[in-house]
Write a protein of this length. Sequence first.
Length: 351
Amino acid sequence: MNKQAFGSTADGQPVDIYTLTNKNGMQASVITYGGILTRLQTPGRAGQLDDVVLGFDDLASYLKGHPYMGAIVGRYGNRIGNARFTLDGIEYKLAANNGPNALHGGLKGFDKVVWQARDASDAQAERLELRYLSKDGEEGYPGNLSVTVVYSLTDQNELRIDYSATTDKDTVVNLTNHSYFNLGGSSEPDILGHELTLYADRFTPVDKTLIPTGELRSVEGTPFDFRKPALVGARINQKDEQLGFGGGYDHNFVLSSGGGSLALAARVREPKSGRVMEVLTTEPGIQFYTGNFLDGSLTGRGGRVFTKRSGLCLETQHFPDSPNKPAFPSTELKPGQKYQTTTVYRFSVSD
Ligand code: GLA
């Protein structure tokens, strides 16, 4: 595993970049700031390696602010309604950083902290272990939360992310990775021609602030039906209340697997390059987000401008606003328990 200095934060904390390589030449680069996956080189049909995630080449661009590109998101990925929740009869108030709601862990979430890194490679794979202690009360959340995230790059062309956490007080946890994928590679302008399959019969419709209403709605007969492969762009501009609220797709899908064990959640195929990405997860949900808020104001690696729909996210997760939705799978973590989830992005090529 290659390690290099990547600059330092405003308060002087050094940041490193680690590059994992597998026997096929596939590479993943991760920085200790935000645990951000900055670059992911995967082979196309003709074997050509190209970057399939949106990212920047310098720390300054990440420090300036960006919409969670490639970052580890926590303590609570996605939204919590009205920026508050009640646990054991105590109300916890969070920063309202997305309209009235809390989004992605708060003002300084796990995407903006420096993680402790260790090379944890073994005979099977290069592995980067990242650790972070989120103090009791940080961003309004209770309990000292000790978090470990391990990125592994296997010789089967899988990028595997194992998340684990323990707490000393009852709390809520929902960790994910917020990579924007474009399987067409670094010069493909958008993801509308990507073909997507989502192994989900239902999704969680939202209100206009993108908080789930609590309903688990069948995808049947809606633009949210990706049970058979469909182009991302085929129905994205249809007149549909839910697409209107999201400005495109920005919704949590209820995975048919139900979560708990590693199962196929999504499959994405980019016809021109032939690249295929399968997403497997132990999580019960996945947020499919089509980069609707990317507005061309940020320029990344190689002068690439991040315009609307230039990347898509498949954020494996528990459902948004679970702390306020007792009927959703629970995101509570208690002392003595271990939070443990795994997500695998598996790459291959097809005709
Ligand atoms: C998530 C949300 C989106 C948006 C992005 C970041 O995916 O669901 O609404 O906030 O993060 O821009």
